[in-house]
Design a protein around this ligand. Structure first.
Ligand SMILES: CC(C)=CCC/C(C)=C/CC/C(C)=C/CC/C(C)=C/COP(=O)(O)OP(=O)(O)O
Ligand SMILES: O=P(O)(O)OC[C@@H](O)CO
Length: 435
C-alpha cells in the first residue's frame, strides 16, 4: 500500500471516529431534520383530498407540512399544492412516491426532499423504486434541465460531469425516511408490499431502526400506522426504536385525531407525530358547512346573519376543525381556534360568492375583508399575517397577500377559471352553488 493511500485511510478513520464520538456523546447533531418538530401535517396532493380554504390559520400551529401520497398523485397536482403552500406560515417539504413527481418547480418550493425507504417491505420498496428514481433523475430529468439552461456547445463540453454532479447533489441534499409500515390494510402497505407477516415486533423494529440509523444513515425512522391509531402496540415499538437510535429522528404517524393520542406517542419516544386524514377532514367539513350556510342564507348574507347562523347551527367543539387543532400540542384553546377558523372560511366563501355567481358589486377581496373583520375582528390580521409570513418574497405586504388569496378563493368558487388545476385543491372548489 502506498504511503498516500495509507495516510488517506488513517485520516478517514480519524474523521469518522471524531464524528461518531461527537454524535454518540450528544454534542454534535448533524441531522438536518429539526429535533424540535413535534407536529407535522401531511398534505396529499391528490384531487380527492382537499386543502381547507382557511389553511394558513390551521398551519400556523404545526411545525412543517409534508407533501405526498401513495395514489392519484401527479407532478401537476404536486406543483399546485406547493404553490398554495408557499403561502403557508411553516416550511413544506416533499415526500415523493415517484421520482416523476419531482420537478424544477417543486424543488424550488420544497424546503427539502424526503425519500421513503421501507424497512419491512419488499426489496422494491427499499432500493427498487429509489434505483429507478435515480436512473430517471440521472438519465432524463437533469439532462433535460441542463439542455434547456446551457447553450449547446457548453452542454456538449461539460454536460456529462454536470449531470453526475447534479444527481449526486440532489441525493446528498435529500433526507431519508426509513419507514416501518405496521398497518397492512393501508395504501402505504400496498405500495410497499407489506402484509400481516411483515408487521414487526418491538424487538425486531429496534434492530431494523439500528440498521437505518447506523448503516443507512437515515435521517428519520418513521413508525407508520397510516389510517389507524397504533395505541399500546405502537407505543411499545416507539419505546424500543427511540432507545436504539442516535442521530435519526423518530416519527410516528397514523390515526392521530386528538390531544391524548399526540401526547401518548410523544411520551412513548416519538420526536414528532404526523397527522394526515384528520386535516383533510377539515376541508370536507368546510365544504359541508359552507353548503348548509348558502342553503340557509343565500349568496350574499350580512356578517350578522353569518354569525347568528353559525351560533345556532354549529357546535365548534364537535367539529373536525377542533379535532385537528387538538392534535397540535401548542394550541391552548382548540375549540376557540376552530370557531375562528370556520368563521374565516365562511367569510372567505361569502366574500367571493357574489362575484363567482356573476353578481355585480363590491370586489371579492374587499367584501371578504369586510366580512372577516365583522365575524371575527382578529381574523383579518391573523390570516394576513399567516399569508404574509409564508409569501416567500419578503415583501411582507399583508393587503396584497390577502387580496391575492381572495382572488384565488373566488376562482375556486367559480367553475369558469381558465386554469382549473390552479385552484382544484382548495376545498371551496367543491362547493356547488346554483347560478
Ligand atoms: C430519487 C427520487 C427523487 C425519488 C424516489 C422516490 C421513492 C424512493 C419513492 C419510494 C416510494 C415508496 C416505496 C413508498 C412506500 C409507501 C409509503 C411509505 C408511502 C408514504 O405514505 P403515504 O403515501 O403518505 O401513505 P397513505 O397514502 O397510506 O396515507
Ligand atoms: O392519515 P393518518 O392516519 O393521520 O396518517 C398520517 C401519516 O402517517 C400517513 O403517512
Amino acid at each position: 500500500m502506498s504511503l498516500g493511500s495509507s495516510l488517506g485511510r488513517s485520516l478517514r478513520r480519524c474523521v469518522a471516529a471524531a464524528g461518531i464520538g461527537a454524535e454518540t456523546l450528544g454534542s454534535l447533531d448533524t441531522n438536518p431534520v429539526p429535533a424540535d418538530w413535534r407536529h407535522v401535517t401531511k398534505v396529499d396532493p391528490e384531487t380527492a383530498k382537499l386543502l381547507p380554504v382557511a389553511y394558513p390559520l390551521y398551519l400556523r400551529h404545526t411545525d412543517a407540512v409534508s407533501v405526498g401520497g401513495s395514489s392519484a398523485v401527479t407532478a401537476e397536482n404536486t406543483e399546485e399544492t406547493f404553490r398554495l403552500l408557499a403561502r403557508a406560515p411553516v416550511p413544506a417539504f416533499h415526500e415523493p412516491s415517484e421520482a416523476r413527481h419531482v420537478t424544477e418547480r417543486t424543488r424550488e418550493l420544497a424546503a427539502f426532499l424526503a425519500l421513503p425507504e421501507v424497512l419491512n417491505g419488499e426489496t422494491e420498496a427499499l432500493v427498487g423504486t429509489l434505483g429507478e428514481g435515480l436512473a430517471y433523475i440521472r438519465d432524463e430529468m437533469v439532462p433535460a434541465l441542463l439542455r434547456e439552461k446551457l447553450p449547446g456547445p457548453l452542454y456538449r463540453l461539460v454536460g456529462d460531469p454536470l449531470v453526475d454532479f447534479a444527481t449526486s447533489w440532489l441525493l446528498a441534499e435529500a433526507v431519508f425516511e426509513a419507514y416501518i409500515v405496521q398497518n397492512p390494510a393501508s395504501a402505504a402497505a400496498r405500495r410497499s408490499g407489506v402484509d400481516e407477516s411483515d408487521v414487526l415486533s418491538p424487538a425486531v423494529a429496534r434492530e431494523r431502526a439500528m440498521v437505518a440509523d447506523r448503516h443507512l444513515d437515515s435521517e428519520v425512522v418513521y413508525v407508520e400506522y397510516s389510517g389507524t391509531y397504533g395505541g399500546d402496540e405502537a407505543a411499545d415499538v416507539l419505546r424500543a426504536v427511540a432507545d436504539s437510535v442516535n442521530g435519526a429522528r423518530v416519527w410516528y404517524g397514523g390515526g392521530i385525531d386528538d390531544r391524548e393520542k399526540t401526547v401518548e406517542m410523544l411520551a412513548a419516544g416519538a420526536d414528532t407525530v404526523v397527522v394526515g386524514d384528520c386535516f383533510h377532514d377539515v376541508a370536507d367539513e368546510e365544504v359541508a358547512v359552507c353548503a348548509r350556510a348558502v342553503e340557509a342564507l343565500g349568496v350574499a348574507p350580512s356578517a350578522d346573519e353569518i354569525r347568528s347562523w353559525f351560533d345556532a347551527e354549529v357546535d365548534p367543539a364537535e367539529t373536525a376543525a377542533a379535532r385537528y387543532l387538538r392534535t397540535t400540542p401548542g394550541v391552548d384553546d382548540p375549540v376557540a381556534a376552530a370557531e375562528r377558523a370556520l368563521l374565516a372560511a365562511l367569510a372567505l366563501c361569502f366574500g367571493a360568492l357574489p362575484a363567482a355567481v356573476g353578481e355585480e358589486g363590491e370586489p371579492a377581496a374587499k367584501r371578504a375583508d369586510r366580512l372577516l373583520s365583522a365575524v371575527d375582528p382578529g381574523a383579518v390580521t391573523r390570516l394576513a399575517a399567516a399569508l404574509t409570513d409564508g409569501d416567500g418574497d419578503g415583501s411582507g405586504n399583508a393587503d396584497a397577500a390577502l387580496g391575492d388569496y381572495c382572488g384565488r378563493v373566488a376562482a375556486a368558487l367559480s367553475d369558469t377559471d381558465p386554469e382549473p388545476q390552479r385552484v382544484r385543491h382548495l376545498s371551496l372548489s367543491k362547493l356547488s352553488v346554483s347560478r
